[in-house]
Design a protein around this ligand. Structure first.
Ligand code: GDP
Length: 409
């Protein structure tokens, strides 16, 4: 078995079968305890329905509310090949927030569509968000095939509609799979009902997904999260977002520009000579000067650019409209500054991708703006395509995240 988890998110229009699919996956991979299944079966029977796997997630949600389980926004299961984590995103705004703030990082996405209803508003919006977030490893499942008598024509029709839309977003799905989540057809096993489909089952298709490329081979990015002063010693703590840190290695501190070297690396009070991307550590430097939270430690010659003006795609997610001239707080990794959106070149409907207006003055809830941002302080940034951790940011107003953004240039 592969040791690395593969993380994926399931997105789609409400009621198209997201929870049912997840519940069915847990059932088919024998992740559920027997008593839990009995409980779900009984609840379904009492309501005069077929077994509702969606209840399983409600049940987990209930446990989460009561504080019993530690983290049910992540659901685990495994196949013979490896372990999977489903990042459960209760709504797309939550999903975007999690992705942009780095709270959860998916390797791949499953887009679910009710074959009878076809492509709906949220289907398109979620697909657009996947492209905005650089999540282009996508499997499309067409659900509720039972409602169209398992007919191939209905499958082909919806596959072509969503295919054209995904193509316009530059997303090329790995597979389109016809399923019936509620009875499990083409989830773990096939059935005689869709002999015209000769492709992989959904579980087999998951095993073909690849983990996101590791950031280890990229130049060093270590945003300083905090500085602990112990006597004359200063320990800089944070998470290595990209590259490798090594004892004795020369590093550069941004925005100051000082070049110094790494004196020691510590993790859980243990000394180390080397730490990799993804590790949370503390370091001391030969000369840390007046390093503060928000500084970024990188490799001299391979540092991110320092800039106070950049282009970005902003996803506005606040009921209150954005009005040009408003002052906002921008957070990018551990950096924080006030900023203004100087120009909104295009205001876009995130569901239809229609350009609502050029050179706009406002952004409404769930709209995307192709914008130019000017920040008060210079920031160490990268484009999102280059290093995601320094290429994404959130905008904050009155302590609330009101938008997420991706730096494009
Ligand atoms: P979500 O909002 O996307 O999580 O959707 P749910 O999983 O809650 O499903 C919405 C409704 O569709 C529920 O009543 C499910 O029982 C039903 N449903 C889900 N999958 C299927 C399916 O394969 N066939 C049929 N007929 N109904 C399904």
């Amino acid at each position: 078995m592969n040791n690395t988890n593969l993380k994926f998110v399931v997105v789609g229009h409400v009621d198209h079968g997201k929870s049912t699919l997840i519940g069915r996956l847990l059932y088919d991979t024998h992740t559920l305890a027997r008593d839990k299944i009995e409980e779900i079966k009984k609840t379904s029977r009492d309501l005069g329905r077929e077994t509702e796997f969606a209840y399983l997630l409600d049940h987990l949600e209930e446990e989460r509310k009561q504080g019993i389980t530690i983290d049910t926004t992540q659901v685990f299961f495994k196949t013979e090949k490896r372990q999977y984590v489903i990042i459960d995103a209760p709504g797309h705004v939550q999903f975007v927030k999690n992705m942009i703030t780095g709270a959860s990082q998916a390797d791949a996405a499953v887009l679910i569509i009710d074959v009878r209803e076809g492509v709906k508003e949220q289907t398109r919006r979620h697909a657009y968000l996947l492209s905005l977030l650089g999540l282009n490893q996508v499997i499309v499942v067409l659900n509720k095939m039972d409602l169209v008598n398992f007919g191939e024509n209905s499958f082909i029709e919806v596959r072509e509609t969503i295919g054209r839309f995904l193509d316009s977003l530059d997303i090329k799905p790995l597979l389109y799979i016809p399923i019936c989540a509620i009875t499990g057809v083409n989830i773990a096993t096939k059935s005689g009902k869709m002999d015209w489909y000769s492709g992989l089952t959904f579980l087999e298709s998951l095993d073909t997904l690849k983990n996101r490329e590791s950031s280890e081979n990229k130049p060093l990015i270590f945003p300083v999260q905090d500085v602990y002063k112990i006597g004359a010693k200063r320990i800089l703590v944070g998470r290595i977002e990209a590259g490798v840190l090594e004892k004795g290695r020369e590093v550069k501190l941004l925005p100051g520009g000082k070049v110094t070297s790494v004196n020691s690396i510590e993790k859980y009070l243990e000394r180390k000579d080397r730490a990799l991307a993804g590790e949370s550590i503390g370091i001391t430097l030969e000369d840390s000067g007046s390093t503060n939270r928000g500084d970024v430690i990188c490799s001299p010659g391979k540092e991110p650019i320092l800039s106070d003006t950049f282009s970005a795609n902003i996803f506005w997610m606040d009921m209150k409209d954005f009005k040009k001239g408003e002052r906002l707080t921008l957070r990018c990794a551990t950096q924080e500054t006030t900023c203004k959106i100087e120009k909104i070149r295009k205001r876009i409907n995130s569901s239809t991708l229609e350009i609502i207006e050029e050179d706009a003055e406002i952004l409404k809830d769930l709209e995307v703006g192709e914008a130019v941002i000017r920040s008060k302080k210079s920031l160490a940034i990268k484009t999102f395509g280059d290093v995601q951790e320094l290429g994404r940011f959130v905008l904050v107003k009155d302590e609330n995240i009101c938008a997420g953004g991706i730096i494009t240039g």
